[in-house]
Design a protein around this ligand. Sequence first.
Ligand SMILES: NC(=O)NCCC[C@H](N)C(=O)O
Length: 407
Amino acid sequence: MTMGAPTGVTSEVGRLDTVLLHRPGPELQRLTPRTNDQLLFDGLPWVERAQEEHDAFAELLRDRGVEVLLLVELLVEALADPAARERAVRDLVDERRVGLHLADALTSHLTSADATTLAGALVGGLTFEELPAAEGASLVRAMHHPHDFAVDPLPNLLFTRDSSVWVGDRVALTSLAMPARMRESAVLDLIYAHHPRFAGTPRAYAAHSAPLEGGDVLLLAPGVVAVGVGERTTPAGAESFARSLFADGLARAVLAVPIEQSRATMHLDTVCTMVDRDAVVMYPAVRDTLSAYTLTPDDDGAAGTPGVRVAGPAPFLEAAGAAMGTRLRVVETGLDPVTAEREQWDDGNNTLALAPGVVVAYERNAETNARLADAGIEVLAIAGSELGSGRGGPRCMSCPVARGAVA
Ligand SMILES: NC(=O)NCCC[C@H](N)C(=O)O
């Protein structure tokens, strides 16, 4: 691992240099028909196959010259720091769930655990039957089913896009909306705060808590950021994020884009991603209805509190083009409305750009991929039948840490 390697992202399509992925592991084995809805999976992935698919994704990125950072490796390395281990134990032990008695036993058990064991618990969670023995009787242990979670697993850590976002040279830890994902930010915080590679990295959105998820954040062009507002990111999240980006000089325009609050469109990147400097792949059902409020910094705000101006709403493509100073080309999810609906559901719009005009996409979305190819986009197709059962594609499964500047 290189210390002090370059970091920073100003666009969706600049040459991808470094990316953070999470190879799915035992946390996926926690999914059962009883828990998958609450844990935000639409089915039960075949874990070994999901890992093979993910390994092939990571290999493709490496073959294309991308440095792949794996979340658990970073986490174990970060946990070499005793301060990180102390924090991890605090994050893992929830007195409200396990009660004081078991909390004490769990704390002393975890305090003497090694970094790999702690990382395993942070990612995979713990069931009541996996808790250490404690002296004396425990009503909590007696009344819980042995398979109940004393610490929830994090199967959605796979979707590294959502839990942290790089804008310029800063990293923002997001504020995840769904209870099943809230603990992910603490895991990412451990890595960014304690891994030597990220020492001194400035934060964006640091003191804000309104819901904001990375799948809603698109870096349309240097200084121009779109933020979806729907099932996950709230209007307060979008506004606070914009204020924070303006205060740090990271953006000159932020587009707040209302999206339907539904499972199929949980994030903006489920209906629209960038595939070239001036091109998006977009779900046709929203093409003409998607709108945007344009936020810009208001320098007349009271001293110390950067204000915002709010314009619009205007049609999204118009507002985005105006802020970017270009006209966006649109490649639509293929073919007919039914195929488009199926391919949107299977993350056909959720592409990861490796460079302008080069994207990774799920192979199953044949019609959308054909349209992209017709539009001159190079499509690198990967298998994702198991990975996709959590409803996320190549963009959702990747957090760019460093990209080259776009010309
Ligand atoms: N950016 C994305 O669209 N991420 C996919 C997240 C899927 C995950 N199962 C979730 O519901 O949050």
